[in-house]
Design a protein around this ligand. Sequence first.
Ligand code: ADP
Length: 549
Amino acid sequence: MLSEPGLEKSGTFRWLEPFEDFLENSPEGIHLLDENGIILFANKAELRMLGYTKEEYVGHHVSEFHIDPSTVEFNPGRFSINENVINLETRLKCKDGSVKDVLTSCNAYFEESTFKRLRCFSRDITHLKRSENLLRFLNHAGEELYASHDTKEALDKTIKLIVPHFADWVVINELRADGFAHLLKMAHADPGKVKWAEKYRESHPVDLNERRGSLGWAMRTGEAVLYSEINDSNIEEGAMDDEQKEILRQLSIQSVMIVPMKIKGRVSGVISFISCNPQNKYNESDFSFAKDFTNRIALTLENTRLYEEVKKDIEERIEIDKKKDEFISIASHELKTPVTSLKAYTQILQTTFDEDKNEKASAMFAKMDKQIDKLTGLIVDLLDVTKIDKGEMIFDFEKFDVNELITEIAEEMQRTAPKHKIKLKLSDCKKIKGDRNRIGQVIVNFISNAIKYSPGKDKIIVSSKCDDNDVIISVKDFGIGIPKTEHHHIFKRFYRVSGKNNYTFPGLGLGLYISSEIIKRHRGEISFQSKEGKGSTFYFEIPLRGNKK
Ligand code: ADP
């Protein structure tokens, strides 16, 4: 059995030969501390990991090598015979100034119940830690970028995420249709440093066919490039001209990754990640992180671009709609007054010709009066639309007999539509609460459409059905009907079915839109059934007690 080796504080040991060889050549770092925390022994792997010679490490206090000495506050009393330190994550200073993440496990050696030494085993987990951090960073970046709505915001967030944590200098280029990489954003941990680099790039856009340098190559091939270590000859080969060489030297670049952004296999731009710190040279895991990260940025930028396009399109449409509404509002107001006086003069003249027994002239004025009524109807519809848009359509609620209203309207309309027979099927109804004129307007619209869209057919049926709560009014015709594909548009304003059968029918496509707004204000529902070539039935249903408002 091997017993704990005898130790001399000088750091020279009397080992059993094979045991010594075994410890020295272990791939894991091993060190031994005395009861005060002084390093008594360190094997090759431990020294190699941190870059010290035996003399620089052994004989020193362990806390000298820890970034956070509190993690190794050395208190021998803390160790009991059974207590071990297992997988303690520590950060150690290397000789070259860099820092290593190290996983340390220790156990104590006791002699006659007295703590004597601590045996420690260390494993370098720097790469593991970095990958873990990069993964965490990537998830966080994904969330951050996902919430961007415009390109500027997305670019600003990208820069904030990368500089200085992952790169000292970053350049984002967009490949445009002209075949040039246009600078979208450039940022450096020390912004003053890249002012002139920025100017240089703006005045020297890189062409897709540029054979010098990796930017052109990455854009052409869609392949990413990693330069772990930049030396003078890389700069010599890669720079476009002497001015750029000077810029690259001045910025003392150390390591570079050039990664194309791709959308559906097409290169949309390139991101250059540049490290100017000799301690931070990019390796393969940084490279694969940069590729993942760039994919996310590419996707975000594409989304914000699409979002901006749609937004611009919508804004333009809203603007056009606003102008159209303004025009309708002004035009209908301006038309109303002259048409009203035209009607008055027509009626006066008709009466005069009647009195003079000039039948021919009187008949012509009667026709003129009818046309003026049609014109007035169109202007009233336009004014109603304006009122709906502005929320100014006023309703006057009262109790009225809906069957009486239907009968009045049907009689009136029958007089002007001799080719059609308007049939009523009315069931007993209590009085309903609503705006009599506006409900009348809907019934007129339904019946006039039924007449207009059923040339050659004569039957129109107007029905009412009531229960304790609601009334349903319907108007049925046997005319041209409405193709199924058009059904969901019918109540939109200015919508008219376009088809070979429809071009002859006059109208603005406003009647049903206004009707649906009126029914909505009565807390009711408007609907229809229609079959092309067979006819249509338009309905509305409103609560008997009307709108509470
Ligand atoms: P307008 O009749 O002035 O065009 P409406 O808003 O009243 O406007 O109707 C919108 C469209 O719906 C009409 O252009 C027509 O194509 C279709 N439509 C309405 N009622 C009927 C109907 N009874 N039969 C066939 N098509 C109809």
